[in-house]
Design a protein around this ligand. Structure first.
Ligand code: ATP
Length: 606
């Protein structure tokens, strides 16, 4: 527990190595090139519009001064009606242009840049996830990070747009107005800048509060999403209704939502106090500046036009400065946590390796392998050695939790052992890339997928590179025992998409057909047959054994009728192999297999 906590702390932004690594400037340096690559021309346009927008604001200050000076001159008889109208028209044109640029920039940022970049960033995450070691998906910490990174997709573009706005729009505006004010009265500029120092400090605290909030609320969010799924999702709702578990899940959902909103409220409360402080400072700075302007005009240091222009601009400058601090920097701070999660995901080590071609004549070899799931001390597979020779079918039997599925994941190379090594067709799974190791392996797992696609696509998806071959799809469906009257190849297997639904048993046959369809040198069936009766399962496995002839094959089963079809049977108990032999050899000696046979023999003809 303590170790876990310290791990979480390390990820936060408070004094750890990661905190130093993911500082604002570092994040900006990392994220801007990523953002620019997603839409280079749009980023350029966004900045161009920002500069024009900033200049138009500065220009309006000068135009206001010009108007008031002209009016003041007209009052003194030094200028005419015509000059006043021209000045007014200039100010009107600048203000109109400013509004147009503002509108175009908003439309471009939110309507064009954001969706375009979000799409590209999603693609970036998907590509990254593809390269991450599959075993990471067993790690809840990683799943949290992944969820948080997904939330970062939109946040990145928003964050970068804020950076762009700060540099191009505010940068240009403050530089131009700063020069104007400095030339007018240097102390005026200084007062304005100083008024915002406490506000900046308040924002720094704001960053920390919200970054921590982001980190802490991810597990709660994951939990509440899950309860919501349990209440509303199609795969859960029948059972939830039958069990009468709606109230149970709703209560859990409510509790997590309460905890989540409680944390958000607490963070908002703490930052609201700072906000009050900020407003007071702003107000004081504004009052002081107005007073200085007034005295400068009275002393004749500045013209009435300048007074009027700066006085009118003061409200605008303060509004903009407050916008920078509260909205933009505040927005950057809020998004910072999500953006860091995104970068963290990109920085995650990938499972790479050499390219190679498996030679299944060498079979599948496991040498003294052990494996523990991430975050678990107990090993699920203990010191296992096994050799599946070319053309051999091995069955793994054992009680629930004996480690059969874990061993399958190791032998296929999806997971890599924590100790020992696995060679798939001669390729060491620790050294070769997953693409090389898995290229000619086919596996059907207990938890297979029910793709919301047509029947044909549900099968052909296992061999996308080859292009769908309806003749082969039909024959593997036959071999898997799929009831043809249930659906045609082009039928959509999802009522949600206007298609048909098929029974659990038929779905299992579709999954088996999918496994058979993939061209392979090593094929695995990890008990995808729970919804099929024992005799029918034996028929399917018989068919499978016939198709697997000449290949390395592995079947996991609780049913002896299927296990006996294999050349050798491996019996597992508590992660270890406790016995190996043929069906005849194993029933002849006392042990778990013989007991299983006694219990199940009546299902089959001896
Ligand atoms: P079953 O017949 O019920 O499918 P099995 O023999 O296939 O069981 P495994 O699923 O390999 O057994 O599980 C072996 C051990 O590993 C069990 O103690 C199980 O609790 C643990 N285990 C399995 N999956 C995970 C996981 N994702 N994270 C942590 N531990 C796991």
């Amino acid at each position: 527990m303590a170790a876990n906590q310290s791990n979480t702390m390390k990820k936060q932004y408070g004094g750890s190595t990661e905190e130093t690594k993911y500082r604002l400037l570092y994040v900006i340096r990392r994220i801007i090139p990523i953002q620019v690559r997603t839409a280079p021309w749009n980023c350029l346009l966004e900045n161009g519009l920002g500069i024009m927008h900033g200049l138009s604001f500065a220009l309006s200050v000068a135009a206001t001064q010009h108007l008031f000076d002209t009016i003041s001159d007209a009052a003194a008889g030094k200028a005419g009606y015509r000059e006043c109208v021209i000045s007014l028209l200039i100010l009107a044109a600048v203000t109109f242009g400013q509004q147009i640029i503002n509108g175009v920039q908003n439309f471009h940022g939110i309507g064009v840049l954001l969706p375009k970049s979000s799409g590209r960033l999603t693609e970036l995450i998907q590509k990254k996830v593809r390269r991450i070691d599959p075993v990471k998906f067993e790690d809840t910490g990683f799943l949290d990070d992944l969820n948080k990174a997904k939330e970062g997709i939109r946040a990145i573009t928003m964050f970068c747009m804020l950076v762009f706005v700060c540099v191009s729009f505010y940068g240009v505006y403050f530089l131009a107005v700063g020069i104007y004010l400095f030339r007018l009265k240097p102390v005026l500029l200084l007062t304005l800048l100083l008024a915002f120092v406490p506000a900046m400090l308040a924002q720094t605290v704001h960053v920390k509060v919200f970054a921590n909030l982001e980190e802490e609320s991810a597990p709660l969010r994951r939990e509440s999403d899950y309860y919501q799924k349990a209440i509303c999702d199609r795969e859960y709702f029948k059972e939830t209704r039958i069990l009468g578990a709606y109230g149970f899940f709703y209560q859990r959902f409510e509790e997590t939502m309460k905890a989540l909103t409680g944390r958000i409220w607490e963070a908002e409360r703490r930052t609201a106090v700072l906000q009050l402080l900020l407003n007071l400072t702003t107000f004081a700075g504004m009052g002081l500046s107005a007073y200085m302007l007034f005295t400068a005009t009275m002393l004749g240091e500045i013209t009435v036009g300048m007074f009027a222009a700066v006085f009118a601009a003061l409200t605008q400058i303060f509004a903009i400065m407050q916008e920078v601090v509260m909205k933009q920097i505040g927005g950057m701070n809020r998004d910072m946590g999500k953006v860091v999660n995104f970068i963290r995901l990109l920085d995650m080590p990938e499972r790479g390796g050499e390219a190679g071609e498996a030679d299944f004549a060498k079979g599948i070899v496991a040498e003294n392998i052990s494996f523990a799931y991430p975050g678990r001390d107990a090993v699920s597979v203990k010191n296992v050695s096994i050799h599946i020779a070319d053309g051999e079918t091995i069955a793994i039997v054992g009680e629930n939790g004996a480690g059969k599925s874990t061993l399958v994941r190791l032998l296929t190379g999806i997971y890599r052992p924590t100790e020992g090594r696995v060679l798939v067709g001669g390729l060491d799974t620790a050294l070769y890339s997953p693409a090389s190791v898995l290229k000619r392996t086919s596996a059907v797992f207990q938890k297979y997928q029910r793709y919301k696609m047509t029947l044909g696509e549900n099968v052909a998806i296992s061999d996308c590179t080859a292009g769908a071959d309806s003749g082969r799809i039909g024959s593997v469906l036959d071999e898997a025992g799929f009831e043809k009257s249930m659906a045609k190849l082009e039928d959509m297997l999802s009522p949600e998409y206007g298609g048909v639904d098929i029974s659990g048993g038929q779905w299992q046959r579709v999954a088996i057909a999918r496994g058979l369809y993939r061209r392979n040198g090593f094929i695995v069936l990890d008990e995808p047959t729970s919804a099929i009766d024992p005799v029918e399962e034996t028929r399917v496995y018989k068919q499978f054994a016939r198709l697997a002839e000449g290949k390395c094959a592995l079947i996991v089963t609780h049913r002896i009728g299927s296990a006996r079809l294999a050349n050798r049977i491996v019996v597992m108990e508590a992660g270890e192999i406790v016995d190996v032999g043929t069906h005849e050899e194993l029933i002849a000696r006392p042990g778990q297999y013989a007991k299983m046979w006694e219990a199940q023999a009546q299902w089959y003809e001896r």
